[in-house]
Design a protein around this ligand. Structure first.
Ligand SMILES: [Zn+2]
Length: 322
């Protein structure tokens, strides 16, 4: 069957087998179809019904993005008992929990769907994209106990993906060098004091690392990394789960390059984020993005300075009053 998706207007095709599914989706393609945000699921008519969510991939990005979808579902369906299953036999989960609904995430790729229950499929990044259109973004909690002292408040956070088992996704050393050469200018001019390297992969030996790099690879918890990203003046990295974490933690000034799929671009407040698709991840575009974002740092500093002045003024007023 050939059809036009009413959302993206793209011409799509599907097999005869998939026809009933697409008709049920009102001919929306899989890139546009949203089950949870658009509430296209069978409502539970009885109080306290049970809904199961399939486990998701353990990858950090998947976890950050999926969390916002699941929280949104819980908010919309407060009377339901929601069961987050771990890796198990899905049919056994159906037998034990007797669900009314069973949501199956696009990032559940390591276990088989139940044969005894019809799941509702949902695409994690597509749902999150719909939520972002509403201004509903992932958030990742972190607190004072996660504070990591790096000796200055003026720092960049860098994450250059370098994972042995999946080399094609890794940060290209020549682009890492471009980032370091550009940042060096801002270290020399005193705009930032250092850059903190985060991640749980390995530091690339093909890269020349300047002395203002504060290497915290494999030393920090997820929450500690979140706290650092939230306080950073700029976050720069290759497409990786840490970027999702950084945005969800509240990073205000970010550049991420190397995206292969638009739907996985980090969801955050407009203006905070520069995304470079893989085909546009060139030396010149990365340089331009860094220049543009570093100019924004001045605004961030001004904002911080104004906030400090206001806070100081209030403190002085109080001191005068009492
Ligand atoms: Zn579409």
């Amino acid at each position: 069957m050939i059809f036009t998706c009413p959302i993206c207007k793209n011409e799509c095709s599907c097999t005869r087998e998939d026809e009933p599914r697409f008709k049920a989706q009102k001919l929306e393609c899989d890139i546009c179809y949203s089950a949870i945000v658009k509430k296209r699921y069978r409502p539970i008519n009885k109080h306290g019904g049970v809904t199961i969510f399939s486990p998701i991939n353990s990858a950090l990005g998947d976890a950050v993005v999926e969390r916002v979808v699941r929280e949104r579902y819980k908010r919309d369906n407060p009377d339901e008992r929601i069961v987050d299953i771990a890796l198990c036999d899905a049919d056994e989960a159906v037998r034990v929990y007797k669900p009314d609904k069973f949501f199956w995430a696009s990032t559940t790729q390591f276990m088989n769907r139940p044969k005894t229950f019809k799941v509702v499929n949902y695409s994690v990044p597509v749902e999150a994209t719909w939520l972002a259109k509403e201004g509903f973004y992932p958030a990742w909690p972190h607190g004072k106990e996660d504070f990591v002292d790096v000796g200055t408040g003026r720092f960049a956070v860098l994450n250059f993906r370098n994972i042995v088992k999946c080399t094609w996704k890794n940060a290209e050393p020549f682009l890492v060098n471009v980032v370091l050469i550009e940042l060096n200018k801002y270290v020399e001019s005193g705009i930032i004091d250092k850059a903190v390297l985060v991640g749980n992969d390995v530091r690339d030996s093909a890269v020349y690392w300047p002395e203002w790099i504060d290497d915290r690879y494999r030393q920090l918890s997820t929450e500690q990394i979140a706290g650092l990203c939230a306080r950073s003046k700029i976050f720069i990295g290759k497409d990786c789960g840490i970027a999702h974490l950084a945005a969800a933690a509240g990073a205000r000034n970010m550049i991420v390059w190397g995206y292969t799929e638009k739907q996985w671009i980090v969801k955050t407040h407009p203006g905070r984020f520069t995304a470079l698709m893989k085909q546009n991840s060139t030396v010149s575009s990365l340089r331009a993005a860094i220049k543009d974002r570093m100019e924004k740092i001045d605004d961030l500093f001004k904002m911080d300075a104004i906030q400090q002045t206001v806070a100081l003024g209030v403190a002085q007023q109080r001191a005068g009053n009492y």
